[in-house]
Write a protein that binds this ligand. Structure first.
Ligand code: HEM
Length: 429
């Protein structure tokens, strides 16, 4: 969800700034990405908001402050149009950053309002609720496939066979992507979302740009087909808005938002399913209580979102001269890294923040963000997680980890590459 988090400048001496810089540096290493929580704990020692070295950058880790920055109109996105010329010269014109830059995720008002209201008309509570039978049906089918694959104790990769397939099918159903095209998206989305990671420069974006080119070509063609024969889906609705030529949606915005919806629609939800199942295996007594209905699936999901958030950070820049958070001023144009994953472990907000406890009270995770960019698909993601975990626990009461999982080497979108499981005897349907 960040487009650019470039660290570039000299070291500084402000109070805690050197330490904050070291923490950001450590978060950009494979070790830091793999185990960020001890770095977040060190960041909490520095206070809720800190300057980062002498860079035009700040680090926000407090829960209240994270919530405040996300809701405060004095902070917003660095819009693609306003990137410094030297950045633009390093970025592929039709690449991944440019594509996300044309999506609502990277826009400020008034553009954000215009584009979001168009797309959100397809995301009404009613529409999401109407999808429930489809989510149930898809989940049932995937659970049966899992049962067949795992027969006789064969290990099954939960990420590939379930955590990816459920959300990709749901979002594609909504967008209007034909079934045969869906399974190619996992590697493409993985490559594309690399540009959301913390990076020191624009290097290594080749695969992300290639994925953006492929996805844009795919959606251009799909949009053409819907233009010729509209259907009751999101692509048709957006194509119609685009064709009205009334300034509601440009060609580039049409593609940028379709790309965003596709990857935002499944990468994050896949990680919620994977992170949650793994936490369940780590805490079998909790999983038993969820299975017996003593802890609700929703409470379990909320605690997964808090404890191991599928989105760990986002960023904003100060849009005004008087922006501040928690009494800490942020000069116009300076960046603030908003560490959602750290806010969830804020000891000032959560008792025993490092303990996984779905029975904790007043658990309001910020995993879906807050304010004007509040996740458009949160209702859908929650629905998928609820139906998914409920049916998995019902059907496979003895499922267990078959081998150690492999984490993706990513900080921002945190999840597993593989999660091998053994299903055990399946309960009767
Ligand atoms: C567990 C699953 C999910 C998580 C953790 C998640 C997280 C987030 C977060 C943190 C943001 C705000 C980013 C920011 O403020 O910079 C966001 C925005 C967004 N999400 Fe999600 N998301 C999830 C699932 C989904 C799904 C299923 C969809 C689509 C069906 C979706 C579509 C979007 C869109 C379109 C935005 C941009 C909203 C805007 O900029 O106004 N997300 N999401």
């Amino acid at each position: 969800m960040t487009v650019c988090n470039h660290v570039d400048g000299d070291c500084g001496e402000a109070d805690g700034a050197v330490e904050a810089e070291a923490i950001i540096g450590a978060l950009m290493t494979p070790e830091g990405r793999g185990e960020p929580y001890r770095l977040y704990a060190a960041a909490h020692e520095l206070g809720p908001v800190r300057k980062v070295g002498a860079y035009p950058m700040h680090l926000c880790t407090g829960y209240a402050e994270t919530n405040a920055v996300l809701r405060d109109g004095a902070f917003g996105k660095m819009e693609y149009e306003n990137f410094p010329e030297e950045w633009r010269s390093m970025i592929a014109e039709d690449g991944a950053i440019a594509s996300f830059g044309q999506s609502m995720l990277e826009m400020n008002p008034p553009n954000h309002r215009r584009v979001r209201s168009l797309v959100s008309s397809a995301f009404t509570q009613r529409r999401v609720a109407a999808l429930e039978p489809a989510v149930e049906r898809l989940t049932d089918a995937l659970v049966e496939e899992l049962a067949a694959l795992g027969e006789g104790g064969a290990p099954v990769d939960f990420m590939e066979q379930f955590a990816f397939r459920l959300p990709v099918n749901v979002i594609c159903e909504m967008i209007g992507v034909p079934e045969a095209d869906r399974y190619r998206f996992r590697p493409l989305a993985h490559d594309l979302t690399f540009v959301l990671e913390l990076t020191e420069n624009f290097e290594g974006f080749g695969p992300a740009d290639a994925a953006a080119t492929e996805l844009r070509a795919y959606f251009t063609e799909l949009a053409e087909r819907r233009r010729a024969r509209p259907q009751d889906d999101l692509v048709s609705a957006l194509v119609q808005a685009n064709d009205a030529h009334d300034g509601r949606l440009t060609d580039a915005e049409l593609l940028g938002n379709l790309l965003l919806l596709l990857v935002a629609g499944f990468e994050t939800t896949s990680n919620l399913l994977g992170n949650g199942l793994y936490l369940g295996f780590e805490h079998p007594e909790i999983l038993d209580r969820v299975r017996m209905g003593k802890v609700t699936v929703s409470a379990f999901v909320d605690e997964v979102l808090r404890y191991d958030s599928p989105v760990q950070l986002t960023s904003r820049i100060a849009l005004t001269d008087d922006a501040s958070v928690g009494g800490h001023p942020v000069a116009r144009g300076e960046q603030i890294m908003v560490l959602i994953g750290a806010a969830h472990r804020d000891p000032g907000r959560f008792d025993d923040p490092d303990v996984f406890d779905p029975t904790r009270r007043d658990n309001v995770p910020l995993s879906f963000g807050a304010g004007i960019h509040y996740c458009l698909g949160q209702g859908l993601a929650r629905l998928e997680a609820k139906v998914g975990f409920t049916k998995l626990l019902e059907r496979f009461p003895a499922m267990e980890l078959a081998a150690p999982p492999e984490r993706r080497d990513r900080l921002v979108l945190r999840g597993y590459e593989t999660l091998p499981i053994r299903l055990g005897p399946a309960a009767r349907r």
